[in-house]
Design a protein around this ligand. Sequence first.
Ligand SMILES: [Zn+2]
Length: 409
Amino acid sequence: MGALLVRGGAICDVASGETIPGQDVLVADGRIEQVGESLTAPPGAEELDANGCFLVPGLIDAHVHVTAGSADLSIQAEDSPYYVAAQTAANLRAMLARGFTTVRDVGGADFGIARAITEGLWAGPKVHFGGKALSPTGGHADLRGPGRQVLDNHTCCAGIGVVCDGVDAVRRAARDQLRTGAHHIKVMLSGGVASPTDRIDSLQFSADEIYAIVEEADNANRYVTGHAYTAAAVNRGLELGVRCIEHGNLIDDSSVELFLAKDAFLVPTLVTYEYLRSEGAEAGLPAESQEKVGIVLEAGLEALERAWRGGVKIAFGTDLLGSMQVHQSDEFRIRSQVQPAADVLRAATLTGAELLGLEGEAGVITEGAIADILVTNANPLDDVTVLAQPEDHVRTVIQDGRIATDQRG
Ligand SMILES: [Zn+2]
């Protein structure tokens, strides 16, 4: 692969919150080889002028469902996997153009999708996947209505989860995801919005089942991330060894203490509730789910502020489904209402990288790191909402040392 020299941009050092102007960045073989002033281009290197622009580490969205082509996940589970793959390819391509060079899928994506990206068959962010999310009967990934008995757990069904009950069954389900190369195991610890029969305030799985899943992930040197809203569900998961909590809209101060004690991560996904309220019905969200949106929407910002003030490790997530996925970048605008720009950007770079086990490799523009770099025409460390309008501000996306998308006229 040829070298690329990015000339004269101002590097956004997300760790310090400072910008370093007039920097050249030389990338080769997918890595950042050299950073400094007035570098010499090696013979044959492509040059990209970034004078007057900012160089931002490639963004990480730690909560996506790339296969969710509809907000009605029960209908989607019965779609042709080929059709869902086509929707997935379109979702991924759009995410990359918004500046997301890596995503963590927490229900739906599998090893085939990750492979399609790494082999270059599809354009898109690199996909860290957990395979199917584990749910108990009647839990957040059990998408049957109350009158339906039949359940199809086949891996080729394009659903987001697998239903399993009892310690032996959850162990087998966890091992099944791990044998496909899953980067983590996703487990449903409480009720959710998009599921038809559970309550937001329900606790899901027994302690024995959760512990068994954590043990299986630990044995494989992987981790468990848990979907949970209430303090009761969040705290129970953290106490049992779950390393990361998705959503967490209804946490309290006791949860914050536990996050700190366990060195666990929180991935708020505020944008999804905003658009579930305004566009959910149109996107296919069933009526019984729409009623649940209000319970978590208002509390979400408050939870983010509580966690941020308490010093919890917060990653960036969105959780959008179906046609609402176009609003992914709006999470930057929502978070900027309670957090300073640098902290919002840290969530989508440094903290996301730490959660994914990519410390020093992603979320930074330093020698030796993976060459995932955005060229922007405004500084997100001054105003992070520039990332909320990628079509206006993200000029070029460099992924693994190659120009992936380029909006220069
Ligand atoms: Zn989700």
